[in-house]
Design a protein around this ligand. Structure first.
Ligand code: HEC
Ligand code: HEC
Length: 245
């Protein structure tokens, strides 16, 4: 009987302590989840917490352009509702650019778009990075990108290293310069005298890339830089050597 009393007291003390402990942790978890919640609401608003899981490598980012976003996302997931039927029109680069912040909010923060549909993880990533880069109209052609085939004065090398990335988007069927195809035979046969074998100075192709006025190719007003000296030199040499290979 004598040692029973302190034991009861001890149990009482322990349970009170436990209750306090549980209460303490409950409050802590409650506050914690509240703060966490607020935090994520705030950061999703700026898309800051998406940053690390969405960000593409710079090489991947360099490939992003309006035409890619348009064909991969807008045409398949948005234009059906955002064409000429009233409301937000997303049919041209300018329209998309003007609505960029609304697009960002409705797709990534409010998640209300695309209505009745959703973007794949890949599409989300693409769109998000494109918006983060302030929606470049054209893909970058990185200066130091390793070229699979070295630039030599032959048609195939010129095509692979120059035409494909800097010309074909316009000089192909269905695009603005479709009347001036850049295939080898078409160049040789062109009524515009684009390639006159052994006569680079009078070949329209050389003139087009070497001139410095507004008719220069690729066009400055579309945001293209002039060809590099070694690129111009390769085209010139190919023609000077007879435009054979
Ligand atoms: C099924 C039809 C439908 C599809 C598909 C759709 N939208 Fe919408 N969108 C709407 C309608 C309707 C509204 C206007 C009412 C509203 O905001 O819910 C709207 C509104 C918007 C707005 C304006 C929001 C604002 O704050 O004013 C943007 C931006 C937008 N959509 C972007 C997109 C994008 C980007 C896609 C594709 C990824 C897309 N939508 C796909 C139907 C659609
Ligand atoms: C942004 C679009 C665009 C790009 C990129 C572009 N061109 Fe053109 N180019 C045009 C247009 C438009 C014309 C005029 C077509 C017509 O007359 O129908 C043209 C015309 C030409 C002509 C004919 C000039 C003449 O004598 O009339 C040549 C040659 C040419 N481009 C070469 C190139 C080469 C080479 C590149 C890449 C290094 C290139 N272009 C990139 C749009 C482009």
């Amino acid at each position: 009987m004598e040692h029973l009393f302190p034991q009861i007291l001890q149990i009482n003390l322990t349970t009170t302590f436990m209750k306090l402990l549980v209460l303490f942790f409950t409050i802590l978890i409650f506050i914690g989840s509240f703060v966490g919640c607020n935090y994520s609401i705030l950061t999703t608003g700026n898309n800051a917490d998406l940053d690390y899981k969405m960000k593409m490598s710079t090489t991947e980012q360099a490939k992003l352009s309006y035409s890619l976003i348009n064909s991969e996302i807008l045409q398949t997931k948005c234009i059906g509702c955002h064409g000429n039927s009233g409301g937000v029109n997303l049919e041209t680069y300018q329209n998309v650019f003007d609505n960029l912040s609304k697009i960002k909010t409705s797709v990534f923060s409010k998640k209300t778009m695309p209505k009745n549909n959703s973007l794949t993880a890949e599409q989300e990533k693409m769109l998000w990075n494109w918006i983060e880069l302030n929606a470049p109209e054209f893909a970058q052609t990185p200066e130091n990108e390793p070229q699979s085939e070295p630039l030599t004065p032959t048609y195939s090398s010129i095509y692979k290293n120059i035409f494909e990335s800097k010309c074909i988007s316009c000089h192909s069927p269905g695009n603005q310069a479709e009347r001036v195809p850049l295939d080898k035979q078409e160049l040789l046969d062109s009524p515009l005298e684009l390639v006159l074998p052994n006569n680079p100075d009078e070949s329209g192709l050389v003139i087009a890339v070497e001139r410095t006025d507004r008719k220069r190719m690729p066009p400055e007003k579309e945001g293209y830089a002039p060809l590099k000296d070694e690129e111009k030199a390769a085209i010139r040499k190919w023609i000077a050597d007879g435009a054979i290979n």
